[in-house]
Design a protein around this ligand. Structure first.
Ligand code: ATP
Ligand code: MG
Length: 790
C-alpha cells in the first residue's frame, strides 16, 4: 500500500496533499481557477479507497455535469475496477432522482414518476393559470415559472408561499404554485427544482430515511460548490448531518471545493454565502487555500486578475504560476460579426497549419447561444470541423419531444402534460373542445386526466360528442396496445418503432411535402439510434456473461424504458462536449473538432487556445447588467471564467457593428476589455476598415473607435450622442414599437408571433416573442424593426 500511497500524493503540492489526506472534520478548499480543485477532489476519492479502506459504496461525489461524473468514475474504475460501480458520482439532479426512485412511496408518489423539464413545466403552468383565470398579459407563464422556481430553490413550499404572499404578484404566484404542485403530484411528476426540494423534504420529514443515507454515505464530496443554491446546500447538510444523530451516527465526512470568483449561476439562486459561511455552518471545519495555478500562463492569469479585481467586496487571492509569461493576448476589433468570425476561423487555420494547435485544442466562447450561428456559417464554408455544445438541443426538437411524450405516457400513464401533448398528435379528431371537456370533468371529479379519458370510453363524460368519444376510444386502445409492447419486455428502440408506426406519426411526416418534415424523419431515426445505443451500452455494462452490476433499489433496471427516459431527462449542455484530447468520445466522430459554446457551459474545462468573442457592452456584459451593479459583478465573474479556461493562448475580440434581431446595431467596446492590463494585449486591429464607413480610426485603446459609449452603465440614448449614422434612417429612432405581453405581431423574417415578455425601457426595450415553430426570439424594439403589431 505504501507505494500506491506515494503515487497518489507524488504530483501534488503541499496544500493539495493536505486537502487529499485531511480526515475527520468538514473540509473546504477555496482557490482560484486552475489551481487543482477538481484534481484534489478526484485524488481524494482515490486516496480514500486506497489508503483509508473506504468502500466505494460509501462515497457520494457531486459534479456539475454528467460528463464530469463519468470521467471521475472512470478514473476511479482504473483504480479499483468494477467496485467503482457502487460509488455514487453524479450531478445533484441525478443523485436526487436516484434517491426519489427508491423512496417515492414515502412521498406518496410512484417510482415510475416523470421528470418535467422547463418546457413541460411551462406547459403545465399555462394550463393551471388558464384554469385559475389568470390574465396572461399581466402574468405570463414564464414569469410565474421563474417565481415558482425561485421559491423552490429557497425551499418555500406552496402553503408557506401562500401565507407569506404580501402583494398581488406574490398572491398570484402562490395561487398558481399551490395548484401546480397539486397537478404535479397527480401526474406523478417532479419538475427539476422538485428533484432537490422534495429530496430535502424527504430527508427532513423522515428521520429513518435520512439515517439510511447517513449510514450509507460516509463521504460526500462536492465540486463547484460556489454554484450551489440554498436547496442544494440544505440537501448536502441533511445528507451529512452536523452532529451525531439519535442512533449515534456521526456526521459524514464532507469535502467541498469552489471559487467565489466563479459563481455564475445567481439566476438559479446560487449563492456564495455557502462558501463564505461554511465555517459557521460546519463547526470545526478546516479550510485549505490553493495558490499555485497549473493551467495558464502568467499573461493569462494577470489578465484574469485585472478583470476580476474590479469586483467589489471580494476577497483578493494570490494566484501564481511558474509557467512563464507565454504569448501575449491577441485582440481584434472587427467591422461586424461576420468579420469577427472570419478572423477567428483564419487564426484557427493558421495555428493548425503551423502545427501549433489541433482543432480539438481550440474553444470559441460567446455569451449567448444565438451567437454561434455566424461561426457555424463560416466554419462550414471553410470546412473547419466544429461542434456546438448546447443551443437548440436535440431533445428540444418538436418531433423528439412528441416521441418522448409517448414514451413517458407509457412509463407513467398519469403523466398529464405528456398525455395532453400527444392526445391529438398526429391529428386523430380529438379537438381542443373535447380536451377541455375531459379536463373539466377530471377537475370536477377530482380524478386524473388519464382516468377521465378512460371515463370517456365508458360514456361517463357528459357533453362529449359521440365523434370525439369514438376518437378517444381509439386513442385509449392505441395506448393499451403500445402498453402491451412495453409489457412484453421489448427494447426501448423497438417500443419507439412501435410508437412511430402505430400512431401513424412517421407516415404523416413521410407523406408531407414540407422539407422540414424530412429532417424531422431524420431526427426520429437518430432518436431510434440513440435508443439502440442505449441498450447496447447497457449490455456492455452487464459484461459478456450478462451479469449486471449489483442491482440497487432506486436505479431503474438497466436498459429499461424508465432508465432511458431518466437518461434523456438529465442530459446537461456540457454533456456533449467533445473529448479535449481529440480522442474517442464514445462515438468517435468528435475527434479533432473545434468546440463552440457559451461561457456558462465552459465552467471547469480547459483548452490550450481560447477565443473570447463578442466583448461588447450590451452583449458581454449582457444588456441586462449594464445598469445593475450586482448583475455586472456576475458578468465579470463570467469573464473571469472565460479567460481562465485558456492554457496557452487567449484571443479577445469585439465587433463594431452586430446585427442583433435582424438590425445592425452599434456596440461599444466591453468595459472588460479596458480592464485587461494594456501591456498584455497585442491589438491586431483596433479600428475597422474604412469601407464600413463613418468611423474615424484612432489607435490606443479598444474603445477609441467607438462612436457612442455607455461607460459607467449610464443610460444615454444612442440618438443623443452620435451625429451621423452609417445605417441611415432607423437606427436613431427611439422606441418604434410599443408592445405588451399578449400582443400579436408579424415579423418579416419569423412570421406571426405572440409577445411573452417585455423588458427594459427606452433604447433598451426588448420583447420576447414566441414565433411558434421558429421558436422564441428576444427582439430589440429600437430602430426600424421589421415587424408590425397586429
Ligand atoms: P477550475 O476552477 O477551473 O475548476 P480547478 O481548480 O478545478 O480549476 P483543475 O482543473 O483541477 O483546477 O486543474 C487545472 C489543471 O492543472 C489541470 O490540467 C490539472 O491536471 C493541473 N494540475 C493541478 N494540480 C497539479 C499539480 N500539482 N501538478 C501538475 N498539474 C496539476
Ligand atoms: Mg474544477
Amino acid at each position: 500500500a505504501k507505494s500506491r500511497h506515494t503515487d497518489l500524493l507524488d504530483d501534488l503540492n503541499p496544500a493539495q496533499r493536505e486537502a487529499v489526506t485531511h480526515a475527520g472534520s468538514p473540509l473546504l478548499v477555496v482557490a482560484g481557477a486552475g489551481s487543482g480543485k477538481t484534481r484534489v477532489l478526484t485524488r481524494r476519492i482515490a486516496y480514500l479507497l486506497a489508503e483509508r479502506d473506504v468502500h466505494p459504496g460509501q462515497i457520494m461525489a457531486i459534479t456539475f455535469t454528467n460528463k464530469a461524473a463519468a470521467e471521475m468514475r472512470e478514473r476511479v474504475s482504473d483504480l479499483v475496477g468494477r467496485r467503482a460501480n457502487a460509488m455514487w458520482v453524479s450531478t445533484f439532479h441525478s443523485m436526487c432522482v436516484r434517491i426519489l426512485r427508491r423512496e417515492a412511496k414515502t412521498l406518496e408518489m410512484s417510482s415510475s414518476f416523470s421528470i418535467y423539464d422547463s418546457d413541460d413545466t411551462k406547459r403545465l403552468i399555462t394550463l393551471v393559470a388558464r384554469d385559475l383565470d389568470i390574465d396572461p398579459k399581466r402574468y405570463a407563464a414564464r414569469t410565474l415559472a421563474v417565481h415558482i422556481s425561485n421559491l423552490k430553490n429557497e425551499l418555500v413550499d406552496p402553503e408557506t408561499a401562500s401565507s407569506n404572499a404580501a402583494n398581488d404578484l406574490e398572491r398570484r404566484v402562490a395561487e398558481v404554485y399551490v395548484e401546480y404542485q397539486r397537478r404535479l403530484n397527480q401526474a406523478n411528476a417532479f419538475d427539476f427544482d422538485d428533484l432537490i426540494m422534495r429530496t430535502v423534504e424527504l430527508l427532513q420529514t423522515f428521520p429513518d430515511v435520512a439515517e439510511y443515507y447517513r449510514r450509507r454515505f460516509r463521504h460526500v464530496l462536492v465540486d463547484e460548490y460556489q454554484d450551489t443554491n440554498h436547496a442544494q446546500y440544505t440537501l448536502i447538510r441533511e445528507l451529512v448531518g452536523t452532529e451525531a444523530n439519535e442512533a449515534g451516527i456521526e456526521p459524514a465526512e464532507l469535502c467541498v471545493v469552489g471559487d467565489a470568483d466563479q459563481s455564475i449561476y445567481a439566476f438559479r439562486g446560487a449563492t456564495i454565502r455557502n462558501i463564505e459561511e461554511f465555517e459557521r455552518d460546519f463547526p470545526n471545519a478546516r479550510t485549505v487555500l490553493l495558490e499555485q495555478n497549473y493551467r495558464s500562463t502568467q499573461t493569462i492569469l494577470s489578465a484574469a486578475n485585472g478583470v476580476i479585481a474590479r469586483n467589489p467586496n471580494r476577497r483578493a487571492k494570490r494566484l501564481w504560476t511558474d509557467a512563464g509569461d507565454g504569448e501575449k493576448i491577441v485582440g481584434y476589433v472587427a467591422d461586424n460579426e461576420h468579420d469577427e468570425a472570419a478572423f477567428v476561423a483564419g487564426e484557427i487555420d493558421a495555428l493548425a497549419d503551423k502545427g501549433e494547435a489541433d482543432y480539438s485544442d481550440v474553444a470559441v466562447f460567446y455569451r449567448t447561444n444565438n451567437q454561434s450561428r455566424v461561426f457555424e456559417e463560416i466554419f462550414i464554408r471553410l470546412g473547419l470541423p466544429y461542434k456546438v455544445v448546447g443551443g437548440v438541443r436535440f431533445y428540444e426538437r418538436r418531433e423528439v419531444r412528441d416521441m418522448l411524450a409517448y414514451l413517458r405516457v407509457l412509463a407513467n400513464p398519469e403523466d398529464t402534460v405528456s398525455l395532453r401533448r400527444v392526445l391529438n398528435v398526429p391529428k386523430r379528431g380529438i379537438g381542443d373542445r373535447a380536451e377541455a371537456v375531459i379536463a373539466t370533468y377530471a377537475e370536477r371529479e377530482r380524478i386524473s386526466f388519464a382516468q377521465a379519458l378512460r371515463g370517456a370510453v365508458n360514456g361517463e363524460v357528459p357533453l362529449l360528442n359521440p365523434r370525439s368519444a369514438k376518437a378517444i376510444t381509439g386513442f385509449v386502445e392505441l395506448l393499451d396496445e403500445l402498453g402491451e409492447v412495453v409489457e412484453s419486455g421489448a427494447e426501448v428502440a423497438d417500443i419507439l418503432e412501435a410508437v412511430l408506426e402505430r400512431t401513424g406519426y412517421r407516415a404523416e411526416l413521410e407523406e408531407s411535402d414540407d422539407p422540414q418534415d424530412a429532417s424531422r424523419v431524420e431526427n426520429l431515426t437518430e432518436l431510434v439510434t440513440v435508443a439502440r445505443e442505449f441498450t447496447e451500452f447497457t449490455a456492455e455494462v452487464a459484461g459478456p456473461d450478462g451479469e449486471l452490476p449489483e442491482a440497487e433499489p432506486g436505479v431503474p433496471e438497466p436498459g429499461s424504458l424508465p432508465a432511458f427516459l431518466e437518461r434523456v431527462s438529465l442530459v446537461a449542455d456540457a454533456d456533449s462536449i467533445p473529448a479535449a484530447d481529440g480522442g474517442d468520445d464514445g462515438d468517435g466522430h468528435d475527434a479533432g473538432v473545434v468546440t463552440l459554446m457559451t461561457v456558462h457551459t465552459a465552467k471547469g474545462l480547459e483548452y490550450p487556445v481560447v477565443f473570447c468573442t463578442g466583448w461588447e457592452d450590451g452583449i458581454f456584459p449582457h444588456m441586462r447588467a449594464l445598469g445593475d451593479p450586482t448583475e455586472l459583478a456576475e458578468e465579470r465573474r463570467l469573464a473571469y471564467v472565460a479567460i481562465t479556461r485558456a492554457r496557452k493562448r487567449l484571443y479577445v475580440s469585439r465587433s463594431m457593428v452586430r446585427s442583433a434581431w435582424g438590425q445592425p446595431q452599434m456596440n461599444p467596446a466591453s468595459r472588460f476589455l479596458d480592464e485587461l492590463p494594456g501591456e498584455l494585449v497585442d491589438w491586431r486591429r483596433l479600428a475597422p476598415s474604412s469601407s464600413s464607413g463613418g468611423f474615424g480610426s484612432s489607435g490606443g485603446s479598444p474603445r477609441a473607435a467607438t462612436t457612442w459609449g455607455r461607460r459607467g452603465g449610464g443610460t444615454s440614448s444612442p440618438s443623443g450622442s452620435t451625429g451621423t449614422s452609417p445605417f441611415g434612417k432607423g437606427w436613431k429612432d427611439t422606441v418604434a414599437l410599443k408592445l405588451d405581453v399578449g400582443d400579436r405581431v408579424s415579423h418579416d423574417k419569423y412570421g406571426l408571433g405572440t409577445v411573452v415578455a417585455c423588458d427594459g425601457a427606452g433604447p433598451r426595450a426588448t420583447a420576447t416573442i414566441d414565433f411558434g415553430a421558429a421558436g422564441k426570439v428576444r427582439l430589440m424594439l429600437i430602430g426600424s424593426v421589421p415587424m408590425v403589431k397586429l
